[in-house]
Design a protein. Sequence first.
Length: 210
Amino acid sequence: MNITGNTIFIAGGTSGIGLGLALRFQSAGNRVIIGGRRTELLEQIAAEQPGIETVVIDTADFLSVAERTVTTNLLGPIRLIAAFTETLATRPNAAIITVSSGLAFVPLPLTPTYNATKAAIHSLSRGIRIQLADTSIQVIELILPAVRTTLMGQQDSERAMPLEAYLDETMTLLQTQPDADEIVVDNVRFLRDAETNGNYQHILALLSSH
């Protein structure tokens, strides 16, 4: 992926990692559009961040917590990929960036549905990468570590990676590894490679104790 001169759409870009990446991509010379559910928050971001464009989207409905998690984390990306693929295929050097998690590889027992959606995103990314191999679309999977955002109340967690440090490393990897299928920062490597390295049961036991 060339990280400058693109038009980039980030769904769920109103806070945390999504907004952080939006600002980084904008400063790298891209046109950035962010999507979210809350109109007032989108309007605030547009006012505070000149040049950032916004659009209201909502891939969820009034469902139970588990169903809403599946709708947002899995069905949402599937719907967006389906909506944009035909247009992206007409563009040179297009890219779809999916967002999974280290918990796709070793689950946190406290959040089984979240883990399952991220494992599904990993599998989805691999599948569509093969399906789109003959097109101009690159499929890149961001495998997230724990990051200090409000997701799961980790904004003050010493175990989580500072947001700016995550953004720095991710942007560097995108720039220095333009053909990468996966962007894996050092803080999530122990989860991504747990099974390969024979550490799966040990790490699962550690996560089970939290």
